[in-house]
Design a protein around this ligand. Sequence first.
Ligand SMILES: [Cu+2]
Length: 177
Amino acid sequence: MQKVIFPLKRTLCAVFLAALYAAVPAYASGDHADGHQHGENTDIGQAGQPDKAKRTVTITMLDTMRFSPARIRVRGGETVRFQIYNAGKVKHELVLGTQKDLRAHNAFMQKNPDMEHEDDNMVTVQPGQRSEIIWQFGKAGTVHFACLQPSHYDAGMKGQVAISGRLPHDAHDGHSH
Ligand SMILES: [Cu+2]
């Protein structure tokens, strides 16, 4: 894979991301469990283990600035293997995050358009290529995803993962379908 990384910009991005995610645990870890959530899930989950991924979801990136599908449903605690295919002719990304983080990150990316960045919750996919994110979702709520290539997010290249209650075999309330 050809990749040009500008060390300074990459560092800036790493610092920016570290600041972003450092701000999250105050809500996510819940030392003060007051249920104060504003409807925003601050727990986006964590990098998943490949052997725990029972389900594969294919997401296609399109030059119409869309992800297909853009709405995905998972269970709380579920580990999903996302196979992400760029069917377009330009580079796209998929970044998982809270809506607030993605908006902030997007604003930052507009000012630093050459920046390459990578972490467990994101991939950059060249035209015609595919990549993968294995992700374990946390508690019920919504995790957002977006392409942060310049102007793509603003053009609507975004989607949502709706997380429902925990997996049936994790529950102890006898609820089943
Ligand atoms: Cu894009």
